[in-house]
Every structure is written in structure tokens, then in C-alpha cells.
Design a binder for this molecule. Sequence first.
Ligand code: ADP
Length: 749
Amino acid sequence: MEGTFWPYVAGIGVWSGLTHLILLLLLVFRKDGETPNKLARIYLGVSLAWIAAVAFSDLEAIFLPVVTDTAERFLPPLVASLMLLETLLACSFLEAAALPAIAAAGGTWCAILVGAAAYLAVRPTPDVPLLEAAVGGWGVLGLVQIGLAIRGLARSRLALHRNRALYWLLTAVPLTGGQALSLLPIGVWRGAGPLLHLLGAVALFRGVLSLWLPNVVALLRSLLRFLFLAAVTAAMLIGIVLGAEALKDLVPPIFPPTVLLVLLAGAGAMVYLPLYRVLTRLADRLLEGMGFDPALALQEYSQTIGGILSLEQLAAVAVGTVAEVLGVQRGALLVATETERGGLLLQPVPGQGDVPEEPIELEPISPILVRVRDEDRPLFQYEVEHHPILRDAPAREREWLRNLEMEVYLPIRSQEGLVGLLALGAQRGGEPYSPREIQFLSTLAHQTAVALQNARLVEGLQDLNRRITQLHENLRAAYERLARLDKAKTDFLAIASHELRTPLAQVRGYVDVLADLAESGVLTQEQIRRIAENISRPTRRLENIINAMMDATQIDTEGLALHFAPTTIALIIRLAAEPWHGALKERNLTLTTEGLEDIPPIHADMERLTQAFSNLISNAIKFTPDGGRITIAARPLDEEHFEVTVSDTGIGISKADQELIFEKFYRVGSASLHSSGEFKFKGGGPGLGLPIARGVIEGHGGCIWVESEGYDEERCPGSTFHVVLPYKAHRGPCRWKRPTETEPIGDAL
Ligand code: ADP
């Protein structure tokens, strides 16, 4: 009996070997030449060699019972080595990155085995455990393979990726199982080995060739459901048969046994049908295959979105509806706008989950753009990563989509074309969307189009309104500024004529006096000296004003001509304050300095900086009531810059004027309040002191600004002028960044 059975076992091996060969040929003649296919070809080639070796050893054992010594030693280790090689390839399939390490380990092992086999062929030594070594290596690699498949499963974030990983894991079962069976001694189980392996090879072939794989979890679930219902039905049938058998002896023989069986079967069927319905529902509930009513969900959705006019709300409601029905955790609306150069701008509006909001412009020739614009079907993230055409999309676009962490993008179209995409993450349980669910989502996306367009229109109008309001505000501010400057110019005429006329009148008066005295002929030496002195003072003042005007013009035209040389800030401040000692005394003001000596020597135009600080000190004197304090403090800021502050306890400057006072001819308040005294309280000048100071400081690569609580002659909040200068003066803008208003500065004061 046994002897006749074995040829069939060997026949199975031959037959499954042939099928492997067909699969291999199919793969070889597929002309896409992609890397996974190349690996798959080698894999099937090795599988084929393995099956050939198994079949050969079977045939040999059956038909050549008197085996040669060499063949007996050779064949089993050869089979096991080929298994080792095959598992090695499977590992690299699963983890391309691990290929070098796995290949090195497995390759060395194979080489040792081949070497040992060759050695044995020459010098037969019966005790070398060649087979055990090969099987051991295969076992270790088999465990690595399973580990890699499980790791792939744990790592995949997308449902479709997970599905693929699960598919590979399940494929490994028949492949490795088939190999394991072929290690058994000859018999039925060993014969089943190649067959089981073939099953795995077919699954592998399917997985390699097609991007879309069946939903493995759903398949397992249906299988479980089927087995459960089949088991219950079988139990029922067995019950009827056993029942008929038992009743036959118990019940008095009124009915013939066949009739009894028919009666029992009828009764059983009556109980079974409602029971089956209950059981199906129970199985569905247990296996979570519960359905939902798409029609109801869509009806409720279309009623809700009717009145929505904001994109955020629309995104929240659309994703919320899907979340309720399918348990999706993440989702967003990607609002699409065609750009002038033919690209597509996608702006995410988060609906649920922490979705990044920066927009992206898809290139006009991007395969992703072409796909979503021209094809009215959902795009899966899985496709973006694996589809041969979509994989060629710009890396920036693929990265952006990956960062969204979505599973599927459903086009939202209006008559004008694509207006957006509904992006959704994985659904509850992380299973891939079924065709029915995709159908539901596509309809939902379709219904969203009108609401999306309305919301965009309204947002566009609101944006326009905001921009007009802003423009209006800017215009008003510009108008106010112009009005102030215009007033300053008008004032200037009054001030300039006053400023110039006052000293001129003085000169003229003294000249007249001189003429009268000269006529009378009684002009003493002393009188001449006094009159000359009285003429010289207003002349100096005239000269100062004209110089200031010329400086201001120079700043505006070609900029000040500055000559940088080594100096110190302490010296500059001393020179700047010197002319004002008399005024400080007369007005009973105290001037103190702090930290000037701590500033290392600088490189600057000493004369111009002295002029700038002199202007600041003169202003502090003019706008501080008698008895007040003026403080000049210096402190280092960073390796490149230091700061000098000039603060007073004067009348302060209103926020509105804090920028404008640095404009030419601008002075606060009315021109009529002007007093010609150089250091009288509130005595104004031509409004050129600060513009010149700013010109000098900016000419050094520094910056100047003022801080004051506001203008108040009663309370006298004071003003602080901040001057930031580089240790080494340079042309060009200030490199130091001014702190924002919330950060306290000037703690040195
Ligand atoms: P002016 O020649 O009029 O002093 P400036 O350019 O030096 O011109 O100053 C412009 C205006 O800024 C002054 O008229 C004054 O109103 C205001 N201002 C300048 N420094 C101070 C200060 N320390 N306190 C209050 N107001 C000041």
C-alpha cells in the first residue's frame, strides 16, 4: 500500500514545482523591471530549485531504494540550504535596509555549508552534522523573517500599509510552513509541503504584482463568520441525525424511521431559520462588522451644511459627520485654488486632529495634481507612496502630504472644476476603507461642493472688507501724518523767520546805536567792546541756525560726511555737555553721568557725535522745568554695540509725536509758543536738532528712539532718548535689533 502511495507524493512535488516555474516565467516576462520584481524573481527561482531538490530526493528514495552514499549525505543538506537561501531573500523583501546585514550573515552560513559539503564529497566523514546546521540556520532566519514582518506591521501608520504588512505576514505562514513540512520523513505531510509552499508563492506573486490587495482583516473576519455559522449548522445537523437515532429506540414504533427523520428535520429547520438570523446578527456584532446607514447620514449632513458660511465650520461638520459614522480621528478640508502659472494651491482647514496648516502649491506638471484634477476618484496616501507614476511627484509635495497623516483624499468638484479635497485619516480600528465606505465618502464630498464655494465666497468678501478697512486706516494715518508735517512746514516759515529775524534785529539795533554814537563822536573804547560783543552773540546764533539748516539738507541729499577715528564716549559726552554748564546752573538743573567710563574706546566721528549729544542735552534742558534732573548713562549691549541714554524729568512727549519729532522742522505744539531763548524752559528751535542727531547716529550704523509715558506739563513724566552705537562705526543700517516693547530696557538707569 505504502509503495503505491509515494509516487503520488513525489508527483505533488513535481506538479507544484512546475507551477512555481510558470509563476517565475510570468514574472520574468513582465517588463517593468522594478526592484521588488527582481527580488521576487530570484526568490521564485530559489523556490524552484528547492522544490526540484525535494522532488528529486523523493523520487530517488522511491525509485532507487539502494541509494548511493553521497546522495544520501548530500541531498538533505542541499534542500535545507536552499530553504535557508529562500528565507534570506524573504527577509530582504521585507526590509530592504536590512539587506546587507542579513545577506552577510546568511551568505556566510551558506558558504560554510557548501564548503563543508564539498569537503565531505572528497573525504566522507559520517559525523558532520551538515543537515542540522542548515536546518538551524533556516530556523534562525525564519524567526528573523517573522520578526521583520511583525515590525513592519507595527510600524505602518496607514491602514493600507498595515494591510500590506499583514498580508506579507500571512504569506510567510504557508511559505515557511511548506518548507518545514518538507523536512519530515517521507509521507503525506511531507508531500503537502510543496503544495503549501505553492499557496504561499501564489500569494506572494499576487502581492508583488498588484498595488491593491484584498482587505486581509475583512477576509479573516468573513472566514471566521463563515466557520462559526458552518459549525453551528453542522452541530444542528448532527443533533438531528443523533436525535433520530435515539428516538428510534425510545419512541414506540408508530412511524417508520425515515418518517421520523423527516419530522425531526422539519422541526429542526423551523427552529434553525430564526436561530440562524439571530446567530448572523450575533456574529456581525461580535466581529464588529456592523453597518451604518449611508442614506440617513448623508441626508442629515446635507441639512446641516446648508447654512454654513465659514470654512472652519464646514471642515468641522464634514469631518465630524465622517467621525461619527466611521470613527475617523483626523480630517481636514484642503481648499484648492488654481494659481496663475497653472499650479494648484492647497490650503488645509483642519476639521479634527492636529493638522499642519501651511499651504502648498502643487506644480503644474505634478502627477498628483493631474490625478486629483482630472480623475474623479479618491486618492490614497498609499498610492502617493507606492504608485509608480505618483511616486515621481516632487519630493516636497509627497513630504507635505505625508505630514498631513491622512489616509485618503476625496475630490470636491463644482461645475468649474476641483474646488477642494476632503482629507481623512484612518478609520476606527485602522482597517482600510471598504468600497461601500468610499462610495459614502465620495457622495459626502460631492455634497460639500456648494457649501464650500459659498463659504469661500463669504470668506473672500470678509477678507476684502478687512483689507479695505485696513487701507482706510492706513490712509487715515498717512493723512494725519501729512497734515502734521504740513503744519510743521507752515510753522517752519514762522519759526525760521522768527529765528532769523530776532538775531538780525538785534544786530541791526546795535549797528544803529553804533552809527549814532559814531556821529556824536563820543565813542569810548569800552563802548565799542560792549557793542561788538552784543553784535557777535546774535551773529553766532544766526550762524548756528544756518549751519543746522545746511546739515539737515546734507543729510537729505548725500548724507553727512563723517570721519571715523579712535575716541571715547566719555570724552564725547564731556565735550557735548560743556557748553551747557552755564545754562544748567542758571536753570538749577542737575546733570549726572553713569557708566561712561565702562565703555571701551570707540571708532567714530567725535565732532559729529558731540553735536548729536549736544542737541539731546540742549533739548533735555529746554523741556525740563527748573530744578529737574538730567541723566546720561551708558551700558554695553553685545560684543558689537553699546547704548547711551539721555533721560530727563521734563514734560515728556506724547506717543503720537515720538516718531515725528525726528522729522525735519517738526516741533510739538504751536509755533507761537516758541521762545527764542537757547535754553529757556520750553524754548523751541527750528526743529532741526533731533533730525541732525538721528542723521549723525544712523551715519555711524547706530539707531535712536525715544521713550516717554506721554506729554504732561503738570506731572512731568520725563523722556528717555536711547542711542545705540557700534563700537566700530560703519556705513549701512543698524545691525542691532531693538527689543520689543514688553522687554524692559535701560535697567542701568
Ligand atoms: P527744536 O529745535 O525745536 O528743539 P528738535 O528737533 O530738537 O527741535 O526737537 C523737536 C521737538 O521735540 C521739540 O520742539 C520738542 O517739542 C520735542 N522734544 C525734543 N526733546 C524733548 C525732551 N527731552 N522733552 C520733551 N520734548 C522734547
